[in-house]
Design a protein around this ligand. Structure first.
Ligand code: ADP
Length: 528
């Protein structure tokens, strides 16, 4: 008797380790795989071109949702459930063979019942899986919550709290209905799993017991076959339930895995290259655009650049003016290579921008846009983002040129002041001057200004304009401006309308020509 106790003890210890080791290993592997997916996903996103983010299926909100909900979903498909699934599939096969050896009739009967139940479970799982797929899509839709929270002030100012609450409620309700449908199918799978052992037992006994009474089978055979079939049905139950969990990870995988391959889906091929691709000559900063044609991939039939030609000689400042939607910002996007030029030539120092090493090209340009983009961190961190190996002296110099030293030094923590998320703790003019300091710290040969002062009040505009004037010295500047006062001294002004240059010259020449630019000047004077 004692021997049996030792055998059982041995089996117990053996089972403990044969489960513990794979589960622990699997947990370790799952954690590493998911981390690798997260890193690769982000790395892949960071290399995408403009066309990629313009697609609705890879919009910013969708990508955030993938990171937040799909990646953890993949992890749930890789944890201990995977080990349990494999374990139980193996147990199922082994025990079926064992049952077959002791009584094939009971095995056929019990197994047929199991197969029948598996088919029903599979159909339910498939349906619930389709539902969960839709749930995934709905989760993306629920990004509305993020949009609401990010724009809470605008919503309050518009008195639209009620409207957004109702929209959010509707989106939650839709998700809830989908989840409930999925849960009904999952509960069917679960219930079949839980009752499968009794159903399989009932069928196998109904075949085995008559054979026993007829003397065609020994009691031992019936007993062993019945026990094996019972365990088979338990294993089946585990397979069903864990299979269900694993299937939930599938939609997340099919959404994320294609995006891990950076070479796929990058329409513009502009940002797909490795760091070593392209030429890296010294850049002096002379920009020439010749008969550029361009339509955004999302709207291929609408030409945004329509034979656009202009020139920004080295060290000069040119200005692009004209009605909104004329294609001015698109020129900057083409120069920064977020999109490829489709026809015509866009060159820097005579070399087409498409031939440059992308990092090299972008290292020699800096953009100051209408809305300064600051990251959570200190003022110093934000300025150092512009330079690879800069020190505190570079930060101070850049801030001095950007007219930012005065307000920074008045702050209790100076350069170590946290700017808050998106720079929320600073005023518009202060944020813009930090963005200018970051641009100056890069010491770019080409400075791109896209309505850099248009979002500011006149007090801040003055301070920022002074910062821009000093930032513009001894470099090529392409400035898009709505307020003409900021570009009157430009070496050359291009009036752009409908994707082409319709007038060009200095301020005095254009006013003298009495064309569209002169009309704009008159209008702005009247508006003053
Ligand atoms: P501007 O700077 O002169 O106001 P833009 O260059 O921003 O003009 O835009 C030119 C046209 O291109 C506009 O009609 C605008 O709607 C369109 N556009 C801008 N960005 C995109 C985009 N990512 N996808 C599709 N169309 C765009």
């Amino acid at each position: 008797m004692l021997a049996y106790s030792f055998i059982n003890l041995g089996i117990g210890v053996f089972s403990f380790f044969t489960i513990l080791i794979p589960v622990a290993l699997n947990g370790y592997i799952a954690e590493n795989v998911v981390d690798a997916i997260k890193l690769r996903f982000l790395a892949s996103i960071l290399k995408r071109d403009g066309a990629f983010f313009d697609k609705p299926e890879t919009s910013n909100a969708k990508l955030v949702s993938m990171m937040n909900s799909d990646v953890p979903q993949i992890k749930s498909g890789l944890d201990h459930r995977l080990v349990m699934f494999v374990n139980n599939v193996v147990a199922l096969v082994v025990l079926l063979i064992e049952a077959g050896v002791f009584c094939w009739q009971m095995t056929v009967a019990g197994f047929s019942m199991c197969v029948f139940l598996v088919v029903i479970m599979f159909i339910c799982m498939r349906y619930s899986h389709l539902r969960t797929n839709r749930v995934q899509a709905m989760t993306t839709h629920a990004n509305l919550a993020v949009e609401i929270i990010e724009n809470v002030r605008t919503i309050q100012l518009l008195n639209r709290e009620e409207y957004f609450s109702t929209r959010y409620e509707a989106s939650i309700h839709e998700v809830r209905t989908q989840y409930i449908c999925a849960a009904v199918f999952e509960s069917i799978v679960f219930s079949i799993g839980m009752s499968s052992c009794f159903l399989a037992d009932a069928v196998s006994y109904s075949v085995g017991v008559p054979l026993l009474y007829a003397g065609k089978l020994k009691p031992g055979n019936v007993f062993v076959a019945a026990m094996a079939i019972n365990v088979v049905s338990w294993a089946l139950q585990f397979v069903g339930i864990t299979g269900l969990e694993l299937m939930r990870a599938e939609p997340a995988c099919s959404a994320i895995i294609p995006l891990l391959d950076e070479s796929i889906d990058n329409d513009g091929n502009s940002t797909t290259e490795s760091e070593d691709d392209g030429v890296s000559p010294p850049i002096n900063g002379s920009v020439v655009a010749e008969r550029i044609e361009f339509a955004y991939p999302a709207r291929p039939n609408i030409k945004v650049a329509n034979g656009l030609t202009f020139e920004a000689p080295e060290g000069q400042m040119i200005a692009l003016v004209g009605p909104s939607g004329g294609g001015k910002s698109t020129i900057i996007a083409l120069l920064e290579r977020f999109y490829p030029v489709q026809s015509g030539k866009l060159t820097v120092d005579g070399t087409p921008v498409s031939k440059f090493n992308l990092h090299h090209l972008r290292n020699h340009m800096a953009l100051v846009g209408q809305e300064p983009v600051l990251f959570a961190g200190t003022i110093k961190d934000n300025i150092l983002l512009g330079i690879e190996d800069g020190g505190f002296d570079d930060v101070q110099n850049a801030c001095r040129l950007a007219n930012a030293t005065g307000f920074i030094e008045k702050l209790p923590l100076g350069y170590e002041t946290e700017v808050g998320e998106k720079g929320a703790m600073l005023s518009g003019g202060q944020k813009q001057r930090i963005a200018i300091a970051r641009a100056i710290a890069r010491n770019p040969q080409i400075l791109l200004l896209d309505e850099a002062t248009s979002a500011l009040d006149s007090e801040s505009e003055k301070a920022v304009q002074e910062a821009l004037n000093s930032a513009s010295k001894s470099r090529t500047v392409i400035s898009i401006a709505h307020r003409l006062s900021s570009i009157q001294d430009a070496d050359h002004i291009y009036f752009i309308e409908g994707g082409r240059v319709v007038e060009s010259g200095t301020h005095t020449e254009l006013v003298g020509a009495n064309g569209k630019y002169a009309g704009l000047v008159r209008k702005q004077r009247l508006n003053k």
